[in-house]
Design a protein around this ligand. Sequence first.
Ligand code: HSE
Length: 306
Amino acid sequence: MNEIKLFSPATVANVACGFDVLGFCLDSVGDEMVIRKIDKKGIYITKIEGFDLPYEAELNVAGVSALAMYEAAKPDCGFEIEIYKNIKPGSGIGSSAASAVGSVFGMNELLGSPYTKTQLTEFAVKGEALASKCEHADNLAPALFGGFTLVKSMTPLEILEIPSPDDLFATIIHPQIEVKTSEARAILPKEVSLTNAITQWANFGSLIHALHTSDYSLIQKSLHDVIVEPFRSQLIPHYNDVKTAALKAGALGGGISGSGPSIFTLSKGIESAKKVADSMNDVYSKTGIAFDIHISKINTEGVKII
Ligand code: HSE
């Protein structure tokens, strides 16, 4: 096998109370990539469709993660990468993570799978860091593993797979404005109060328990973020209106997807997720800001060959 085509999914990071550690994988949005093994050594990005991104491997997220793996594996070949980008960079649904994951997943397959998914995440972190100016894996891990993932530690990298309740659906609205992750991180306070920390880790612990036990009512009670949302929500026009409408329409809860501007909600059942989508549509269609809305089951597979 010298060439594979793959689907690299969009992801939602943070999931309200799980800043930088929790994420889940979507199945209705993602990039496609072709990875090809070639005789000439090196990493070459030969095609990019969808968005205007650099072709130089050292300047491209997919290229940087590929180079990190290439330098470790030292294979007797090179790789060409084609990127068919559907996830808009800066949308808050893991655009850079999808690119970073796709290249290393594809190369690993073509080399006979010498690396584990955790090792692939370590390579992909290098690509993600190019985009967000900091190393975090909460989009990368769900893109590679599928489902919900918890980044237990970055050094050494340790990833836990968390079960996804069968009837859990995400509704995501993506306002077509750009929020740069680096800027959304820069506005966060360096210290938090003990009161907020206690609330946040209580919510986070109960969310993990709720996912393990498929307790939708506890998911509802746990999806709160008292630390990051108050700052970042100011970067997203009509954030509170969308969230209020979605909760009224039946969403269990929600928050900022990654660093925004996308807003995610979780619902029990597809019908509820659709009602939430309608409520988001009602709010945003009055704003004059272009947007799109995605409904997705939790994708338990992650990046895959197509
Ligand atoms: N956890 C990261 C952040 C995700 O919120 O900054 C960015 O995609």
